[in-house]
Design a protein around this ligand. Structure first.
Ligand SMILES: C[S@@+](CC[C@H](N)C(=O)[O-])C[C@H]1O[C@@H](n2cnc3c(N)ncnc32)[C@H](O)[C@@H]1O
Length: 388
C-alpha cells in the first residue's frame, strides 16, 4: 500500500491547507493518542489519510475503510501532500510506474452506481468472487451483448482484473470491490440471466461467512429473470453437501447436479483441483418465477446533536437482526464535530464506514451503505442515539 515516512512536523500546519485548498477537507484527532486523520479529495475520490507518530517520524498512509481502488490516485495525493505541506520525506513507495497499466475507469463501479443502475447491455450476468478473472473475462469477450458484473471482496484481485480490462479493451464488464452478499441486495429484481459462484471459499470452520446461504439463494432467485440460472461449482465435498441441503430446503426450486463437467474455460482454482484429480461438482438452480420489485427507498441521511456524540456507547449494541459498534472517535479540528469509525448491519455481513458529523447532520463516509434491511435498521438506531 502506498505510504510515506516523513520527518516530524507540526500537523497543525495542515489547517492552512484545509482552509485554502479544496483537496484537503478536514483534520481529526483521536482522543488519548497522537493518531490523526486527514480527509482528502483527489479527482472523484474522497478518502482518509492516517497520520501516525512513530518517534521522530510520521507515517502517512490511506486508511483501509475509505481508500480508493485506484492506487495511483493515492500515490498522486501523497505526492501532492508532500509538496503542499513541504514535508521532508525519509522513505516512500509512491513512484508511478510507466509500465503498470491504469485501472479501467469506466469498469470500476461503486455502491452508488447501483442505486439506480444504468446497465450498458440489455442482458446482465454476475460473477461472485471472480479471483483472477479468467472466467469473467472469457465470458465477456465471447458474449459482447451481455454485461458481466464481477463482484470481488479481495481488493488486489479487483485491481488486477481492472488492469486487464484496460489492457484488453474489454467494454462489457463492471467490477465492484465489495461483499457480493450485500451488493446482490442492490440489484433490481429479474435483471440477470446468470449468477456464477465458482469455487467459493468453503469456510468449513466459519460457515456464516459462506457466500451460499438461504438468504443468498432467495436474493439470487429475486435477481434472476425467468429461466435465469445460479451456477455453483465447487471441489469441496462439504460445501457441495451444504449447498444441496440449502437448495433442497427451498420449497419452490429445482436444481441439477453434474460431476466433472468439461467447460470451455477453466478457472485458476479449477486448474489446481484438476491437477490433484479432485471431483468437481456443478449445481445449477433455475429461476422459474418473476419476482416483485423491492422498494428499498431507504434514506440514509440524518440529524445529529453534537452533545450526543460525547456519550456514544463503547460496547457493541446487539439487536435481533443487526448490531452497531462505534469503534473509534476522532474529533474534528476547528469545530465541535467528529468522525467516528463504525461497524454495523447484519452479523455475518457487516458494513464498515465512518460517520461524518457536520453542520447538525451526518453522512456516511466515504459513501452510503448498501440498502439492506439490517443496515437500515442499524441506521435508524444510530439516528436515535445521535439525535434522541
Ligand atoms: C477460491 S477463490 C475462487 C476464485 C475464482 N472464482 C476461481 O475459480 O478461480 C474464491 C474467491 O471468492 C472471493 N470471495 C469470498 N467471499 C466473497 C464475498 N462475500 N463477496 C465477493 N467475493 C468473495 C475471494 O476473495 C476469492 O477471490
Amino acid at each position: 500500500m502506498p505510504h510515506i515516512k516523513v520527518k516530524s512536523f507540526n500537523t497543525s500546519s495542515l489547517d492552512t491547507l484545509i482552509r485554502d485548498n479544496d483537496k484537503f477537507e478536514f483534520r481529526a484527532l483521536v482522543e488519548h493518542s497522537d493518531d490523526e486523520l486527514l480527509g482528502v479529495r483527489y479527482e472523484d475520490e474522497e478518502f482518509l489519510l492516517e497520520i501516525k507518530k512513530r518517534g521522530d517520524e510520521y507515517l502517512i498512509k490511506p486508511d483501509t475503510v475509505s481508500r480508493p481502488l485506484d492506487v495511483n490516485k493515492i500515490k498522486k495525493m501523497l505526492a501532492y501532500l508532500i509538496i503542499e505541506a513541504k514535508l521532508e520525506v525519509l522513505h516512500s513507495n509512491i513512484a508511478l510506474s510507466p509500465y503498470k497499466p491504469p485501472l479501467a475507469k469506466d469498469a470500476n463501479k461503486k455502491i452508488k452506481d447501483f442505486e439506480t443502475p444504468k446497465f450498458t447491455r440489455d442482458k446482465v450476468a454476475i460473477e461472485v468472487g471472480f479471483g483472477s478473472g479468467r472466467h469473467l473475462m472469457y465470458q465477456a469477450k465471447n458474449n459482447p451483448d451481455i454485461l458481466y458484473i464481477g463482484i470481488e471482496i479481495h481488493t488486489p484481485s479487483a485491481q488486477q482484473v481492472l488492469k486487464q480490462i484496460e489492457l484488453q479493451g474489454i467494454e462489457n464488464i463492471w467490477i465492484v470491490n465489495y461483499d457480493a452478499r450485500l451488493l446482490l441486495e442492490m440489484m433490481p429484481s429479474n435483471s440477470c440471466i446468470q449468477i456464477y459462484v465458482h469455487f467459493p471459499v468453503p469456510w468449513d470452520k466459519k460457515p456464516h461467512r459462506r457466500v451460499i446461504s438461504k438468504r443468498f439463494l432467495e436474493e439470487s432467485l429475486r435477481v434472476l429473470d425467468i429461466d435465469g440460472e445460479l451456477e455453483l461449482r465447487t471441489d469441496s465435498d462439504n460445501y457441495y453437501e451444504y449447498a444441496l441441503e440449502t437448495f433442497s430446503a427451498h420449497p419452490k426450486i429445482s436444481f441439477a447436479v453434474e460431476k466433472n463437467l468439461d467447460l470451455a474455460v477453466i478457472s485458476k482454482y479449477e486448474d489446481r483441483w484438476r491437477a490433484q484429480e479432485k471431483d468437481i461438482y456443478t449445481v445449477t438452480v433455475c429461476s422459474r418465477l418473476l419476482s416483485e420489485q423491492v422498494d428499498r427507498e431507504y434514506d440514509f441521511s440524518f440529524k445529529a446533536q453534537v452533545s450526543k456524540l460525547v456519550e456514544l456507547p463503547k460496547e457493541p449494541i446487539v439487536k435481533k437482526d443487526f448490531f452497531i459498534h462505534f469503534e473509534r472517535r476522532y474529533n474534528l479540528i476547528g469545530s465541535d464535530s467528529a468522525i467516528i469509525k463504525c461497524a454495523f448491519g447484519s452479523f455475518d455481513k457487516p458494513e464498515h464506514k465512518y460517520l461524518y458529523f457536520k453542520d447538525q447532520g451526518f453522512s456516511y463516509y466515504p459513501q452510503n451503505p448498501v440498502k439492506t434491511e439490517p443496515n437500515y435498521h442499524a441506521h435508524q438506531h444510530i439516528g436515535e442515539i445521535v439525535y434522541g
